[in-house]
Design a protein around this ligand. Structure first.
Ligand code: NAP
Length: 533
């Protein structure tokens, strides 16, 4: 882009699904806006996560923007769950259709953002030596955008290639003839493992915690289903927005406790949903995420499927999670457990045989050594707060975000932070974000922020910020909602438990769609809980 100015109404950080829609809305509202993006293309998550098998776990007809009827009619998805290349094509199509690229500066990381109390402007500085100012700063930096690579002794001494699923090369990686090791068995690994196994000499999987996974049952979208949805797309979207996770197609809830069903009824309900595939499994009964006894039945059903799929009983047991199903993000897979039946695929239980160090030629565990040509870290992200805290954000009176969040993230509605006027977060901690179809949450946040900015400007305020009291109440409310569920019972990234030293706080808000009603209430009460200056 050819920048001829350095002063904007709004600066948006990130050109993923959130940042692009924010830019579109700001532009429609007549505001001058600039998007700063670290990558060399749009797409955010879908730009970086190019590992073999990367695929969305929300159905294609739902995982797309709803704001433009023409767009949702003209785009045709090929599969029930879209692969990364198709989603990235779609995002590029949107960026071009709405002529968004001209306001995005690519290859530019924001290093710091500082609020100037005297001018009520944000000063944004980048690694390209830029210095921009704007009245509003909108962080569209994503929930899973800072990769986590564990500090294993000797990691940098490995003479083969290392990869991270969240920062995959942009060229094809050929593992032909190679001995490959993969560390981690989360959603990314569970998708990648069958693909990598099919193209390498041997694959060794280093598993710390086994994960639950439900079959995705991916396949091409039937034209008749697509036509039915498209005939009433806005109704389909409206219905999904009222669902607990904003997921419609297969997440048909069952308003019955597992404990009120007979053992036979339980098995029938789980089996029905297992056959359909997808997250609908967790909707089998209404108390699977809140009642341990009910959850145990679902968990045992899923463990039985592992045992009947994996031929070697000892391997099957190592793959069986002993935790709450759905406590960590439930994985969806295609042939994940089947892959362990292949003769060249090995599973190492690193809880029993811990990794000691990476050597020049492989991985040394306590009891055994593995010679490898490539190591893949599928070790996840410093989720929800990682990217925000890596940027030096300084609010009013010199308060830094690192200080404000040292005991864990504090926000009002996940949208704003006390002490940081005119800064908005899209899908920030304290909002439902990762517990929903992200695009539904993103659209809701973007539209709320755009209206809020309009209100500030119309009323000739220079700044808006969340009140400390409203924020404290919100943080308490988010914690209370989480405490009524089984979510806090495992070491998930929702809690920051995957990152050594990160405060253990349940970050997402468990309460879509009530959350949306709360945001609307705040807006209708002239932004109750916010102060203007
Ligand atoms: P993840 O779920 O956090 O999984 C990371 C894996 O690495 C875990 O198995 C973890 O083990 C392991 N690990 C981390 N640090 C380790 C260490 N020091 N030593 C050994 N193992 C270690 O990350 P992810 O798989 O990238 O997925 C993150 C999220 O991205 C998902 O939950 C999902 O929301 C999203 N995602 C979605 C899709 C999709 O749409 N289908 C696909 C991929 C990702 P522990 O469990 O013991 O910590």
């Amino acid at each position: 882009m050819n920048l001829t100015r350095s002063q904007f109404d709004a600066i948006v950080v990130g050109a993923g699904i959130a940042g692009l829609y924010m830019l579109h809305r700001l532009r429609e509202a007549g505001l001058s806006s600039l998007v700063l993006e670290r990558g060399h293309g749009v797409g955010g998550t879908w730009y970086w996560n190019r590992y073999p098998g990367a695929r969305c776990d929300v159905e294609s007809l739902e995982y797309s923007y709803s704001f433009c009827e023409e767009l949702q009619q003209e785009w045709n998805w090929s599969e029930r769950y879209s692969g990364q290349p198709e989603i990235l094509d779609y995002i590029n199509h949107v960026a071009q259709s709405f002529d968004l690229l001209k306001d995005v500066k690519f290859g530019t990381s924001v290093l710091q953002a500082t609020f100037d109390d005297t001018t009520s402007q944000w000063i944004v500085e980048t690694d390209q030596g830029d210095r921009f100012t704007a009245l509003f700063l909108i962080m569209a930096t994503g929930c899973l955008s800072s990769t986590n690579t564990p500090e294993i002794e000797g990691r940098d001494s490995f003479k083969g290639n290392t990869y991270h699923t969240g920062n995959w090369p942009h060229h094809e990686v050929d593992f032909g003839g190679q001995r490959v090791g993969i560390v981690g068995t989360g959603s990314s690994a569970i998708q990648a493992i069958p693909h990598i196994a099919s193209g390498c000499e041997s694959l060794t999987v280093f598993q710390r915690t086994p994960n639950f996974s439900v079959p995705a049952r991916n396949g091409s979208i039937s034209k008749s289903y697509e036509s039915r949805v498209k005939a009433n797309y806005s109704e389909f979207r409206a219905r999904n927005r009222l669902m607990p996770a904003a997921l419609g197609s297969t997440f048909i809830g069952n308003n019955q406790s597992a404990l009120d069903a007979s053992a036979e009824e339980q098995q029938l309900e789980f089996a029905k949903r297992w056959k359909i595939g997808g997250f609908g499994f967790l909707g089998a009964f209404n108390d699977l995420t809140i009642n341990k006894e009910s959850n145990d039945v679902a968990a045992e059903f899923a463990r039985e499927r592992i045992r009947e799929t994996v031929e070697d009983p000892a391997t099957a047991e190592v793959l069986c999670p002993d935790s709450v199903i759905g406590c960590k993000r439930l994985c969806l897979d295609t042939n994940y457990f089947e892959t362990y039946n292949l003769p060249h695929v090995d599973l190492i239980d690193i809880r029993r045989n811990p990794v000691e160090r990476v050597t020049r030629t492989g991985i040394q565990c306590q009891d055994s050594k593995y010679e490898l040509d490539s190591i893949i870290f599928a070790t996840g992200f410093d989720a929800m707060t990682g990217t925000l805290l890596r940027i030096n954000i300084t609010g009013s009176s010199g308060l830094t975000l690192q200080e404000a969040w040292k005991a864990g993230p504090q926000t009002f509605l996940g949208l704003a932070v006390n002490g940081f006027p005119n800064m908005f977060l899209i899908s920030g901690p304290g909002s439902p974000s990762v517990l929903t179809n992200m695009i539904v949450s993103i659209e809701q946040h973007v539209e709320w922020i755009e209206k809020c900015i309009g209100y500030v400007l119309e009323n000739q305020h220079s700044a808006i910020q969340a009140d400390e009291e409203a924020q404290d109440d919100w943080v308490q409310h988010v914690n209370l909602l989480a405490s009524r569920t089984l979510y806090p019972s495992c070491n998930s990234w929702y809690l920051g438990a995957n990152i050594p030293g990160k405060p253990r706080v349940f970050m997402p808000h468990v309460g879509f769609p009530n959350y949306v009603a709360k945001c609307e209430e705040v807006r209708s009460l002239d932004y109750e809980g916010f102060t203007f200056s």
